[in-house]
Design a binder for this molecule. Structure first.
Ligand code: RNT
Ligand code: ZN
Length: 421
């Protein structure tokens, strides 16, 4: 064992004793942390570009800014970059794919014609790396995303096209989940909305509900596949009205008992998705989270270890909802090294979960006893417990770099591979 490793272990032993004194078992926390999988979004690797080469830029009211060199240009580069990032992240995780990341062999395969065969390369790769896959229809960056509308478009032909696409995606998701022995969550998000105030807010929502009813008519085996729907407040160009709003999908998901996806950037700036979880889980079996970081708007910044992330983790862990909440990441920053962006956001999410797993019970007990002074005191004291020594030990156990040591490897990869693209 190196001197550095020995000092990490020593710090861990001291931290572990400190936690034991307040009734927290750090070994149990680490065992639990090792079981948690984050669904890491492939689209951070190429600025939500996909592999269709349609010559159409990113649409749908989402935006990536920055032009850091070295973005992945094809499936092999994206997988190579993803593997590199995974080697800096402790644990076993999942990859979250969008439909336009299929492998089409240079052919134009339209969105309503895609099938599992276009994702066999991803499935084989995921299997060989022990990864699960999650999936998403891509209802943007396409000419049929007409007038900014898809499943709610007044033209039945447009709706039909996207219904076919979503049906194809559910079939693909099912094959992915079955092949990998772990259910694929297929999450439907559409950009539909208006820049300015509509006169009629009802009809588009009726059309969206009808389209979704067609998409979800066939029941799929939950052992292989789970459905999710994601709403939002506004997008670029849909500032005044989004058809699939939060209320729309909350109601819809409850009615169908499918997953609701809560994206941290899809609400008013001071609203926290952490507070929504306990309400939604009263009526829903499961939730999907899109962990993101909105800065003034739905800007999809790389996730940092901030209060909002810790509140989300506190809800998941404090209520033991690990099996009911699927945690996915959703951000895209093209202004920094993209593989580093994956590592930073995923490591932060895991750190927040670990902090949750190491929470002592005093604050909860104080609250139950009505001692709100002690609740605040204990919650604040908990913030300075030596969780970082436990995190370092976790990285050591998982044979991934401790502290910022991964950054040196990221720089090397940038020099040797990314900068040559
Ligand atoms: C958009 C949604 C959606 C997308 C991805 C690319 O506002 O958050 O989840 O970010 O599907
Ligand atoms: Zn999202």
């Amino acid at each position: 064992m190196s001197v550095a490793d020995a000092s990490i272990e020593q710090a861990y032993r001291l931290a572990s004793a400190r936690y034991a004194a307040i009734g927290v078992n750090t070994e149990a926390a680490l065992n639990e942390l090792a079981k948690l999988s984050i669904s890491i979004h492939c689209w951070q690797g190429d600025d939500v570009t996909g592999f269709e080469n349609l010559g159409i830029g990113l649409s749908g009211g989402i935006a990536v800014t920055g032009n850091y060199p070295g973005k992945a240009r094809n499936p092999d580069e994206l997988r190579q970059d993803f593997e590199m990032a995974l080697s800096w992240i402790p644990g076993k995780h999942r990859i979250n794919l969008h439909a336009f990341y299929g492998e089409f062999g240079g052919k134009r395969v339209d969105r309503n014609e895609i099938g599992p065969e276009h994702f066999q390369g991803w499935i084989d790769w995921a299997k060989s790396h022990g990864l699960g896959i999650d999936f998403n229809p891509t209802c943007f960056s396409h000419s049929m995303s007409r007038d900014g509308l898809t499943l709610s478009h007044p033209d039945p032909a447009v709706r039909h096209f996207w219904i076919e696409h979503c049906l194809a995606c559910r079939e693909i998701g099912q094959v992915m989940g079955k092949s990998l022995g772990s259910p694929t969550v297929t999450n439907v998000w559409i950009p539909d909305g208006y820049k300015d105030n509509p006169v009629d807010r009802w009809s588009p929502r009726v059309r969206l509900a009808e389209s979704l009813d067609k998409i979800f008519a066939k029941k799929l085996n939950p052992l292989h596949h789970l459905d999710a729907v994601e709403g939002k407040l506004f997008g670029i160009g849909s500032e005044s009205f989004v058809v699939g709003s939060h209320e729309f999908y909350l109601g819809y998901a409850i009615q169908k008992q499918i997953l609701l996806c809560l994206d941290a950037g899809h609400f008013h700036p001071t609203e926290s998705i952490a507070d929504k979880i306990s309400s939604a889980l009263l009526y829903l079996p499961r939730l999907l989270l899109h962990v993101s970081r909105p800065v003034r708007w739905d800007s999809d910044h790389v996730v940092t270890l901030d209060d909002s992330l810790q509140s989300i983790a506190h809800e998941v862990i404090g209520n033991e909802w690990q099996s009911r909440i699927h945690i996915g990441l959703d951000y895209f920053d093209a202004s920094i090294n993209r593989t580093a962006a994956w590592a930073i956001g995923t490591r932060n999410t895991l750190k927040a979960l670990l902090i949750g797993l190491l929470q002592p019970s005093m604050a909860r007990e104080a609250e139950a006893a009505g001692d709100l002074t002690a609740r605040l005191a204990y919650m604040e004291e908990a913030k300075s417990l030596p969780w970082s020594a436990v995190w370092d030990q976790h990285c050591l156990n998982c044979q991934v770099p401790v502290g910022a040591a991964w950054l040196e490897l990221a720089k090397k990869y940038e020099d040797e591979v990314l900068s040559k693209r």
